[in-house]
Design a protein around this ligand. Sequence first.
Ligand code: DP6
Length: 336
Amino acid sequence: MTGTACPGTATARACANIALVKYWGKRDAARNLPAAGSLSLTLGALVTETTVSFEPALAADELVLDGVTARLADLRRTSVFLDLIRSQAEIRTRARVTSKNEFPTASGLASSASGFAALAVAATAAAGLALSPRELSILARQGSGSAARSIYGGFVRMHAGHEANGSDAFAEPVEPIESRLADRVRMVIAVVGGGAPKSHGSRDAMDHTAATSPFYRAWIDLVPGDLAAAERALAAGDLAQLGTLAEANALAMHASALAARPAIVYWQPATLALLAEVRALRDRGHAAWATMDAGPHVKVLTTIDEADAVAAALRAVPGASAVTISGPGGPATVTA
Ligand code: DP6
């Protein structure tokens, strides 16, 4: 893996993902190593496209996000990430990075997972590095833990690993043969709050939970069993088992955050109304199980046959500002 003589430009696309067994806590913050494994579904409707251009004339890295010059904090995080690639490619050239989220609403769904996966794939290609998917996953993880999973399509599992250098903390796809569900699942995404910026970013919130929540240890102890059960459900093609597990796991993650001091509360009134509607849908015999990340939005796991009915029910909930149906997405790829 050596750098080419003339680094250039590349564009990549990556999808966001939603965890069904959540990543919430680190074993090493400096290397961004997760404290436990996780399991996700890559979402085809939420795509980030990123172009990286290494340009000798640049004195500093530049970052434009959705047409706007990025905030200094975002630029710094991008530069630190690009430094990993520069050191591997043995180049010093600064880069112009242009990234846009092709998300169905302009709405608080913006994802560091698709962002760092697209950046990892575009920047390594532009730097002339040919990395394997596993190497890309390890690299993307250093930008954002959830980005390690967005290198792959479909159902994806992330390993916490044991090595201090993170060489075994990578994601890999759940093989289709192990998952009879990949073709028939859908995720219905209900946006709450019109896309206002979230109260606490996931990075700070998980650190605060780990540092102060009396339930953090219980949460971390819960994850391996949930992961094993989720993998059994995937292997059996049992969506009800997977959905039940995913909903319980998301609520347990939020319980650990709610118990932090001071508390981290992502929920808004519409969040609770949506969760109640998901339970009501189940009571009426529909396949619908909720999950939530570090924000007020509710994402509902369902089937291709039931997605329209679930979306219609969620649209009728006051405070749900936009509802979108997503199928599974594919792996992160270089497009130009
Ligand atoms: C709630 O991947 O954003 O979405 O590694 O600090 O960048 P960092 O965290 P990030 O955390 C994602 C948290 C989550 C759960 C998940 O995606 O598994």
